[in-house]
Design a protein around this ligand. Structure first.
Ligand SMILES: *[C@@H]1O[C@H](CO)[C@@H](O)[C@H](O)[C@H]1NC(C)=O
Ligand SMILES: *[C@@H]1O[C@H](CO)[C@@H](O)[C@H](O)[C@H]1NC(C)=O
Ligand SMILES: *[C@@H]1O[C@H](CO)[C@@H](O)[C@H](O)[C@H]1NC(C)=O
Ligand SMILES: *[C@@H]1O[C@H](CO)[C@@H](O)[C@H](O)[C@H]1NC(C)=O
Ligand SMILES: *[C@@H]1O[C@H](CO)[C@@H](O)[C@H](O)[C@H]1NC(C)=O
Length: 741
């Protein structure tokens, strides 16, 4: 696949994140501070040795470093005492790769799923992971995201007497989600009442033969439900390449509830046969829970499955549509009406974007016209089925899709059914705890309030400081690299020199008044999660409109990795939360954990192909590996195998990130020589201790790390004379004729 094609797919994927975010219009606010410090920096390098001596002096002669006693430190101290000290471990310790028992940070799957899976996997994968790896792999950002979710939980559960109504509504929503007792008591009633409001349902009572187009429009407008086709908003990448950034309504195949598979030979999709039985069973269970009489429910479920299978035929994967030029097909609403007459396109789109004026001459972009045509024909066929006498199956199709949208607000019986089905599909993912599910649901609707709350508690100045100093240290490290040729050096240097690292915050702090206005129409009830959830769905319509007519600045509060936006290298606030970072921590802690992660991310992001551009990567990777082999031999566990290029690069990245973070910390100490201690540990030793707690982080490159990263402490201590004490597992470089790396 060519690069442009990949870009098109990425663009589409991120637009498909249902209006979730846009990176547009982010101001370049922070001046590149490193420019000012460049000279200072060079001097700094010379002074480093002096500092190292100073630290040793300080830590040996003044054992009374001021301890940090802030609440955050007390918590961190308790945590630290339960983790291993890499300095006192025998070499054996380092021979395992990161085991779960050694993880400081829990590695629960912090995905943005609803905890139930009918078909949602593709819908809400984190945008961030798309940014990082082109959407080719699953989001593996586990631990950092888990840390962030925990922190948001704490924010939501803290009552600090704030009286902004938006904040109160947000916390009220979260609490109503946690109140499972009320949800259980309400049972299916709120949903059934909603159905009545929409004109009833033939399956569980009476149906008033509501108009198909009207119901469809209502579902799209008020309930963020798109049964027959999907709608989102985004640019046309072909136009964007020419600098035109107009946004369009885009129409795609829907997310069908029935699991389907693609046959690349016949180029058709169909329902997966082996999942049909459990699918039928789960649908029947839903109807049962909604009070449908057993006698008739099988007929309804049967036609639902049959209709779904017919719609599935023209489904096709993005790659196939891309190769056939079916993506971003432009046509007017009028022309679309001619192609697919079963839908009142103008009416439905007007409902979805009410009160925006839309006309039949407006352009829309289609991503699977063959599906749309097939869908229209299918609907007409079902309308005219003599044996069905009315369009009840079409209505049932819409109601079950609505149920799916509202599933997060349904009681546990629905939840269990969905889980059962998901397990039948072979999905073994563990169920997320309720609070996590509630934090994620809250974020879906109140992300602007959460961003506001997070930015209030984030120590922005300190976070900026650590970003800047790690970046400076990274740049000086680049000069040590030996390049394969001047061109690649030049290219990388240009990229690095023009990058402006900064904290990703809102352009202007959103005022509470503005947020209050945004949620003014919402009335959050503490014991009625269903009603709160329905209101949240209608907020999505506002978001849709905003995306189409403005270019809203939208920060993904759940992202935990930096990304490049134009020249800005943006670090999300979610990277700077405890226990990785806190403004009251000893700086050694912050540099050892958050600083190391910042350095590692910068290396991955700015030097993705470094192993092919620099010989140093190979040399350092092999050197560290030789150290490792020596140690493992000493421990009687040989087993030499050559490192792959990816492994060499990852070893280099982590080793370099550790050096970069350490150097940044030392520079920082030069400016402000005193630091506090934690659990009686301070300075460099605390830095390493902090590092050894996060280095097992499961990131997308985790698999390429051939050994326990804490081992790098041993390697680094063999080189510089900067370790306060010699680790128990130390490497005598001279005796073993090992070189320092
Ligand atoms: C919050 O309460 C304080 C006093 O208790 C009051 O001065 C302030 O106006 C209130 N703010 C809002 C947004 O209601
Ligand atoms: C169906 O229509 C009748 C007469 O218009 C009305 O009284 C009844 O409430 C409607 N039922 C539903 C479920 O909307
Ligand atoms: C929806 O509206 C369109 C346009 O008015 C009409 O052609 C179509 O038959 C309607 N669909 C149904 C299922 O009633
Ligand atoms: C889940 O599946 C098991 C067996 O497959 C069944 O016994 C149980 O009743 C199901 N539970 C629900 C809630 O559907
Ligand atoms: C470090 O020293 C400065 C001034 O010398 C003082 O203001 C600051 O509080 C000290 N910080 C710590 C952590 O001891």
């Amino acid at each position: 696949m060519s690069e442009t094609e990949l870009e098109i797919l990425q663009q589409l994927e991120s637009d498909r994140q249902r209006l979730h975010m846009s990176y547009s219009n982010i101001e370049h606010r922070v001046k590149p501070v490193w420019m000012k410090y460049r000279l200072f920096f060079l001097v700094g390098c010379f002074l480093l040795a002096v500092v190292v001596g100073l630290i040793n002096y300080l830590s040996h002669h003044f054992h009374t470093v001021t301890p940090c006693l802030s609440p955050a430190c007390q918590w961190a101290s308790a945590h630290l005492s339960t983790s291993a000290d890499p300095f006192t471990q025998p070499c054996d310790y380092f021979l395992y790769t990161c085991g779960s028992d050694r993880l400081l940070l829990d590695s629960e799957r912090g995905q943005r799923s609803h905890g139930f899976t009918l078909h949602t996997e593709n819908q809400r994968k984190s945008v961030q992971s798309k940014q990082e790896d082109g959407g080719l792999t699953e989001d593996k950002t586990l631990s950092r995201k888990a840390v962030l979710l925990q922190y948001l939980k704490k924010i939501l559960e803290t009552d600090n007497g704030m009286n902004s109504s938006a904040v109160q509504k947000t916390k009220g929503f979260y609490h109503s989600c946690l109140d499972t007792q009320s949800i259980e008591t309400a049972g299916a009633d709120p949903f059934l009442t909603l159905i009545q409001k929409l004109g009833g349902w033939a399956v569980s009572g009476q149906w008033n033969q509501t108009d198909f187009n009207t119901t469809l429009g209502l579902l799209m407008r008020d309930y963020n439900t798109f049964p027959f086709f999907n709608i989102f908003v985004g640019k046309d990448p072909y136009e964007a390449a020419r600098g035109i950034n107009k946004r369009y309504i885009q129409i795609d195949q829907p997310d069908l509830l029935i699991p389907i598979e693609w046959n690349s030979q016949t180029e058709k999709s169909r329902a997966k046969t082996e999942t049909l039985r459990p699918f039928l069973a789960s649908c029947q269970k839903y109807l049962d829970l909604l009070g449908a009489p057993k006698s008739s429910s099988l007929i309804h479920v049967g036609s639902f499955v049959s209709l779904s299978s017919q719609l599935a035929v023209a489904f096709s994967p993005l790659e196939s549509r891309l190769s056939k030029g079916q993506l971003y097909q432009r046509m007017t609403i009028k022309a679309l009406q001619r192609q697919a007459p079963a839908i009142d396109w103008l009416g439905c789109l007007q409902a979805a974007f009410h009160p925006l004026p839309l006309s039949a001459d407006d352009d829309v972009l289609l991503h699977n016209l063959p599906y749309i045509v097939q869908m229209s024909n299918t609907i007409i066929k079902w309308l005219n089925k003599p044996e069905l006498s009315n369009s009840a199956p079409l209505h049932t199709f819409m109601v079950l899709n609505l149920l799916h949208t509202l599933m997060p607000a349904m009681d546990s019986r629905f939840f269990e059914t969905a889980k059962n089905f998901s397990m039948a599909l072979g999905n073994t993912e563990e169920e997320a705890p309720r609070w996590k599910h509630c934090v994620l649901e809250t974020e879906r609707g109140f992300d602007s309030v959460l961003t506001h709350l997070l930015s209030e508690v984030t120590a922005q100045k300190e976070a900026e400081k650590i970003i800047q100093s790690v970046f400076n240290s990274f740049k000086s490290k680049l000069h040590e690299l030996e390049w394969i040729d001047q061109t690649s050096r030049q290219l990388v240097m240009e990229k690095v020199d023009s990058a402006i690292p900064k904290l990703w915050t809102t352009k202007e702090p959103s005022s509470e008044a503005k947020l209050d206005l945004l949620f003014s129409e919402m009335t959050v009830s503490n014991q009625n999660f269903f009603s709160n959830y329905v209101q949240l769905l209608s907020l999505w319509q506002k978001k849709r409109i905003e995306l189409l007519i403005t270019q809203p600045e939208d920060i993904d509060i759940l992202s935990v990795r930096p990304f490049l936006f134009g020249k800005s290298l943006l670090f999300p606030m979610g990277m700077f939360v405890p226990p990785l970072f806190h403004p009251t921590y000893p700086r050694a802690m912050n540099y050892g954990a958050a600083g190391f992660l910042v350095a590692k991310d910068i290396l991955h992001l700015l030097l993705p192909d470094i192993s092919s551009q620099s010989k140093t990567v190979y040399a350092v990777g092999e050197c560290v590996w030789t150290h490792y082999l020596t140690v493992s031999e000493k421990a009687g566990r040989g087993g030499e195998f050559p490192l792959s290029a990816a492994q060499q690069q990852e070893v280099w990245v982590q080793y370099t990130a550790l050096q970069v973070a350490l150097q940044a910390y030392h520079q920082n100490l030069m400016q402000q020589p005193n630091d506090t201690s934690l659990s009686g540990i301070s300075y460099t030793r605390l830095f390493f201790r902090s590092f050894s707690q996060v280095n097992c982080e499961a990131d997308p490159y985790h698999d390429s790390m051939p050994f326990e990263p804490a081992f790098l402490i041993t390697v680094i201590c063999a080189k510089y004379n900067l370790c306060p004490t010699s680790p128990q597992c130390s490497i005598q470089t001279k005796q073993n004729s090992l070189q320092a790396c």
